[in-house]
Design a protein around this ligand. Structure first.
Ligand code: 4NP
Length: 160
């Protein structure tokens, strides 16, 4: 685990946005032949959905683009995560604020907004699709695919 680059995607519930990023990045990393070099996980700042599979709308939207989310299960962010991951990537500023408030002084990485790695979009937050219309899940995927590509470039430059 420690010889791999660790990436943790974080949202509020860990059933919509961060599992989408988890599944998309898993696919991109696998198709780049880097599955044994990069360790990917996701978590929520909240605990409401711990143990649940991703939201069925997120899973269906991802599957339309060939990504699998159904193996994922929600968990809450833990203090240990700050020692284990090289990237702690928040979907929005609220998630980032919670991560910053939990981060110990000796954290391995500073929490950041995931969309800092986006190259086509200028958005810096992935909007929460949970209470919105179904199209929200397609928009999440558009943003996530973009930022995952930029993230993989950053990992290659820094670590591989
Ligand atoms: P996520 O979406 O943070 O992208 O997983 C949400 C899922 C559930 C809730 C809020 C956001 N909720 O309040 O239960």
């Amino acid at each position: 685990m420690s010889d791999r680059v660790g990436v943790l995607f974080v949202c509020l519930g860990n059933i919509c946005r961060s599992p989408t990023a988890h599944g998309v990045f898993e696919a991109q990393v696998a198709s780049a032949g880097l599955a044994d070099r990069v360790w990917i996980d996701s978590a929520g700042t909240g605990a409401w959905h711990v143990g649940e599979a991703p939201d069925s709308r997120a899973t269906a939207a991802a599957l339309e683009r060939g990504y699998h989310l159904e193996h994922l299960r929600a968990r809450q962010v833990s203090r240990e995560d700050f020692q284990r991951f090289d990237y702690l990537l928040a979907m929005d500023r609220q998630n980032l604020q919670v991560l910053n408030s939990l981060a110990p002084a000796d954290a391995r990485a500073r929490p950041r907004l995931f969309l800092e790695f986006a190259r086509r979009s200028e958005s810096r937050e992935v909007p929460d699709p949970y209470y919105g219309v179904d199209g929200g899940f397609q928009h999440v995927l558009d943003l996530v695919e973009d930022a995952c590509e930029g993230l993989l470039l950053d990992i290659r430059e820094r670590y591989l």
